[in-house]
Design a binder for this molecule. Structure first.
Ligand code: VGL
Ligand code: ZN
Length: 200
């Protein structure tokens, strides 16, 4: 990986691994490969889903609604989730074997109660920036390799936003795992390819 390439590791957190609140099948299996890839990257950025306890993406905040149902928010349709990645909880912590010491930057997202944030670049209103774009550009990074959880939500939203911002983006599927609810994986793969993301 050249020096102008950053490895972006999306949400490798306990709640997205087996036994977690929003477990992604095989989520923990990617950790050794992600750690190995960190050694090759010019920069390493981790994202961390980081919600307040009463976050509006939690089904528990919407009486009569169950996880994977949707609600209309001011910014569009929002999928509802089990309570997960609550700030400071064990579930929000990174997988214990992830080589977090190697990270240059940790980007937390989803910390505003009223708006979810799948992407590492923008909240789900597609307008509020996380600041990651400026960080990468000021470090001279133009190429991104993305891995992590979940392929069809936070990885895909991050990859598509990055491609639209003009970064050259590659997603390594073998180092990602998907939620795959209601056709979300196929839709995400098509959306990434349409946006010019290299999926391999
Ligand atoms: C994610 C659903 C809710 C993810 C985060 O990391 O893909 N998915 N919050
Ligand atoms: Zn979340």
């Amino acid at each position: 990986m050249p020096a102008d390439t950053a490895l972006i590791v999306i949400d490798v957190q306990n709640d997205f691994c087996p036994g977690g609140a929003l477990a992604v099948a095989g989520g923990d299996e990617i950790v050794p490969g992600v750690n190995a890839l960190m050694a090759e990257a010019g920069a390493v950025v981790l994202t961390q889903d980081w919600h307040p306890a009463a976050h509006s993406s939690f089904a528990s905040q919407h009486p009569g609604k169950a996880p994977l149902e949707t609600v209309e928010m001011s910014y569009g349709t929002q999928v509802l989730w089990p309570d997960h990645c609550v700030q400071g909880s064990v579930g929000a912590a990174f997988h214990p074997d992830l080589a977090t010491d190697r990270a240059d930057l940790v980007v937390r997202k989803g910390f505003r109660r009223e708006v979810d944030s799948y992407s590492a670049f923008f909240e789900n209103d597609h307008a509020t920036p996380t600041g990651l774009e400026g960080y990468l550009r000021t470090r001279g990074i133009s190429r991104l390799v993305m891995v992590g959880l979940a392929t069809d939500f936070c990885v895909a939203f991050s990859a598509i936003d990055a491609a639209r911002l003009g970064f050259e983006v590659e997603v390594r599927r073998e180092l990602c795992r998907a939620i795959d609810a209601n056709g979300s994986l196929d839709a995400a793969l098509a959306g990434m390819r349409e946006a010019g993301v290299t999926v391999r």
